[in-house]
Design a protein around this ligand. Structure first.
Ligand SMILES: CC(C)(COP(=O)(O)OP(=O)(O)OC[C@H]1O[C@@H](n2cnc3c(N)ncnc32)[C@H](O)[C@@H]1OP(=O)(O)O)[C@@H](O)C(=O)NCCC(=O)NCCS
Length: 153
């Protein structure tokens, strides 16, 4: 998936190092952990969860790479909400990239991706790979509605 300025990419375990400067920036972490930087093991665990999530559900918090140069500048995507059955959309961007509409651009792209899955005529070839994605009125629909509401789409 790509937008004018962004590429959505899957993770490899080594990518935790690219996330580290973002996950240890107190401003980025302000509403995540009260400004506390994540320790290395937590960042590594997050990345592993995205790798597993993509395999299990067909979605994750994808890395966001700059379409121009390929640098990793954050992530955007979906994750199951523990205990609720809902799926939430999330974003973190490196502070140097805030305020340029990139989160909005990523959310638009994600909403389009979900829409495309919903309108796909044949879903039976991938049911086991995406048990958590109800692209009708359920979980993924909830994420789209939430994204639309949050991002004013
Ligand atoms: C949230 C975040 C991804 C927004 O990135 P961004 O690229 O600067 O966002 P955009 O430029 O697309 O702006 C989207 C809208 O959110 C608003 N916005 C962005 N950051 C905001 C903030 N900290 N407080 C209030 N509104 C904010 C923008 O004004 C814009 O609204 P508008 O379209 O009405 O002008 C970025 O601030 C971030 O990484 N924050 C730290 C991590 C975090 O808290 N993530 C959210 C929870 S998962």
């Amino acid at each position: 998936m790509r937008t004018e300025r962004l590429l959505f990419a899957p993770w490899t375990e080594a990518d935790w190092l690219a996330l580290k400067p973002i996950a240890t920036d107190p401003e980025v972490m302000r509403y995540i952990s009260g400004g506390q930087p994540w320790p290395d093991d937590r960042i590594q665990e997050f990345v592993r969860r995205q790798i597993d999530g993509l395999r299990l559900h067909g979605y994750c918090m994808w890395q966001l790479l700059e379409a121009s140069g390929g640098s990793m500048i954050g992530f955007c995507g979906l994750q199951p909400l523990a205990g609720t059955g809902d799926v939430e959309i999330g974003w973190w961007l490196a502070r140097s990239h805030w305020g340029r509409g990139l989160a909005t651009e990523a959310a638009h792209s994600l909403a389009g991706w979900l829409q495309a899955r919903r309108s796909r005529p044949h879903r039976s070839h991938r049911p086991a790979a995406e048990p958590g994605v109800d692209t009708g009125d359920g979980k993924a629909g909830h994420a789209v509605r939430k994204a639309n509401k949050t991002q004013g789409l």
